[in-house]
Design a protein around this ligand. Sequence first.
Ligand code: SF4
Length: 97
Amino acid sequence: MDATVTGGHVEKQQPCKGCNDQYDVKISEAKMARLVELASRSRPVVQDAEYERRLSICSDCPGVQYGTTCRYCGCLVQVRAKLVESTCPFPYEPRWT
Ligand code: SF4
């Protein structure tokens, strides 16, 4: 574990949750389905074919982490892809709109 000196004190730096075996950052399918359902309640959603197209692109993207999280915006891609208003934040050229 790394340490830093701040104001004369040595502080241990904790690894992020994604790098720490103590935490599980993966989200179960059931929980993800619930999150998608909650997000979909108050906002327009895309048709199933468009949703699958977006998720397929995300699954091949170098920006997706843990199969769920976009490294460029921090969103859960399963939720982001579901909403009509969403765009892809891939740098310089969105991979889907
Ligand atoms: S950058 Fe776009 S394609 Fe890549 S994971 Fe994020 S939302 Fe999906």
